[in-house]
Design a protein. Sequence first.
Lengths: 351, 466
Amino acid sequence: MTKFVKSNEAVVMGALYAGCDLYFGYPITPASEIAHGAAKWFPMLGRTFVQAECETASVNMMFGAAGAGRLCMTATSGPGFSLMQEGISYLAGAELPAVIVNVNRAGPGLGNVYPEQSDYTPAVKGGGHGSYQTFTLAPASAQEMFDLTMKAFEMSAKWRTPAVVFADGLQGQMMETVKLPERELPRPDFSAWAAQGEPATRGNLVKSIYLDAAQQEEFNRHLQEKYARMAADAMGEAYLADDAELLIVAFGISGRIARTTAEELRREGVKAGVFRPVTLNPFPREQLAAVAKGRRVMTIELDAGQFADDVRLNLAKAGLGAEAASVKMVHRMGGEVVSVDDAVKAAKEMV
Amino acid sequence: MATIEQKGMYKAFPRSGKNVSFTHYCPGCGHGIINKLIAEACAELGLQDRTIFVDPVGCGVFTYYYWDAAHISAAHGRASAAATGACRARPDAVTIAYQGDGDLGAIGFNNAFQAASRGERFGCIFVNNSLYGMTGGQMAPTTLDGETTTTTPFGRDPALTGHPLHVCEVFAQLKAPVYIARVSVADTRRIMQAKKAIRKVFEIQRDRKGYALLEILAPCPTNFKMDPLKAASFCMNEMEKEFPLGVFRDEEAREPLAVRPVPQASGCHDLFAEKEAVPAAVDDPAVAERRFKFAGYGGQGILSLGLCVAEAARLERRHTLWFPSYGPEQRGGSANCSVVVSGTPIGSPTVDHPDVLVCMNQPAYERFVGDVKRGGTVIVDETVPVKVAPPDGVRLIRWPAIKMAEEFGVPKAANTMMLAALKKFKCTGLSDGNLEKALVASFKKKPALGEKNRELLRQAEAREHS
């Protein structure tokens, strides 16, 4: 079954198929359609929509709902995402599953409502306090807004850490066809640790505090070991990469611009390929290294180079120092989008 | 005599890895008494299995070591937000938030206030000892005029810091709360009253009546820098002058509001499945990608025109993408949208070089005409003066869309007139049948208009064009 939908609405549908029971949100452009869809569809399925008084409230409502053993989510954009960072750290510190969708707008400050990918660092590296990680996914189409939102719930529950669906203002507004799954996912059972107000969960405690330094360190080691294992679920997508001399690395909407750029370059005789990380944390380092080895690397991004730096870091960590040093970036900021013309031109200058 | 476990507390408290049988509270602290009263009320009412305590940051942080129930330890100030989440997630549970005066009165005031205003189904027990305890005796919103704290070393000066915040009195302005009261634990008589009030908070939650706020005045000998007796006396004499005890709201007998019914679906499939399912796109590399841009003023039906072409493409099982104007080009009260139709998965969603440009006004024409691909087509409304020539190799069609729609007596149908031009001059690569089907489908809420527009489309298409 297919449906032609706005990407932001696909997020809500994906969440509902994944078994999300509660939505907490504060409206903000360009993520508001997610709240609109949730306000309509959650109650129609007997689920809960709460309009919070601010993003700080949204994320702490999620803390309570996740702590009570239910799947829950919120959606926001840059400024709201900033406000949520303390709460996301608490979610990670209490090992609670929850999904936060960030439809990135241009910043810093008020910026504007047009697309950027400039929240890369807080969305991928954890923008709050302490040594924690989120499971971060970067959709590039309405289908992925649906699929990766579902995946976010699955990964968040599996790894017991908050998941971030990191989109941008352009794709939030796009309409495309989405294939819907045959059936909804069953609800996970969190009764082993959640405070559900039921006899079986009496005595359960959801907390992020360890007053004793040794215990806090032990907990931190546990988290880091968990995050290291999370790498097994990294995802990336290669396109025309097998014989490429130039590899374009880009995520989300930039990944699609990269695809068209590579096709255009090949028409003009330049062997270009694409690698698109689908998860940004864990970063698909091995998959990238496999296609980047011996190639020049160019990134396309809608930020100031935060992503290019991460590509360099991952290439270097994979032992590809020369490839890391070759990384050049073509980027736009402020809501402007990289054109295929500009990307083609930059690529030709590299080879 | 009842054992400690029968009174709702754990048998031992494993704080810092050691099992101890005493709480962490200082001698004479009100929290210790309040903790005991809460545990007793929860146990006496038989609610331990159903209770979710939401614990604060502050002196109350360790209540999870004491009360035998389920606990969620929230962020500083956010217990009311977390309790909102918990009670919405578990409507059958008894949810109790425990908060202090810096926690609730300062950093988390709005969360507590808004939760009360929404009438969330949890009980909030709010301990007011006139200062931040755990953090080191700083001024709280509830600090008395002239009271010395570590951040008001010369006494609280109302000229600089205002006056004590009366939480109950403020919350009593709200319609939703069922119960709002202030009690004290400074002497035995007051403790007995406090116990009754705490039970009431639990009963209201047990019976799912609604939101309850109970403020409890509590002595803090350590930070008052007084012995326990003097601290209790300060609590009764000074604090009660500012914060009179009493019941500000008691509407326990009130019937809770019934939630208004909304249409229900039996599941995601029931909610989202389309009546006439359109099959997924098929890959066909022989079908060249075609990029469209539609531009004009807001209100000219530009976005619907684009959607109509997108829907026709979808019916034709092409990969299809539609999106409204993006980025700064959106400025200026104009509207535009892009459509990409392809036989293979679509890469870039942006239409930098359209194959087909449809313009309903002059600014749109002048903004985009130079971008059109060689071999492409520009359809522009006849009313637009063509002062800029299209690039070489681009076909220009001036089409009286607005005029025809007016002649037909349906000025709003100018976009349908444009669709007629797209169809007539074979600009879309899509079948006539699907274009018409998509047009009719775009009026699915007003089927009569769909048929009318199909008729207008055919008439417009039949018109001679020079």
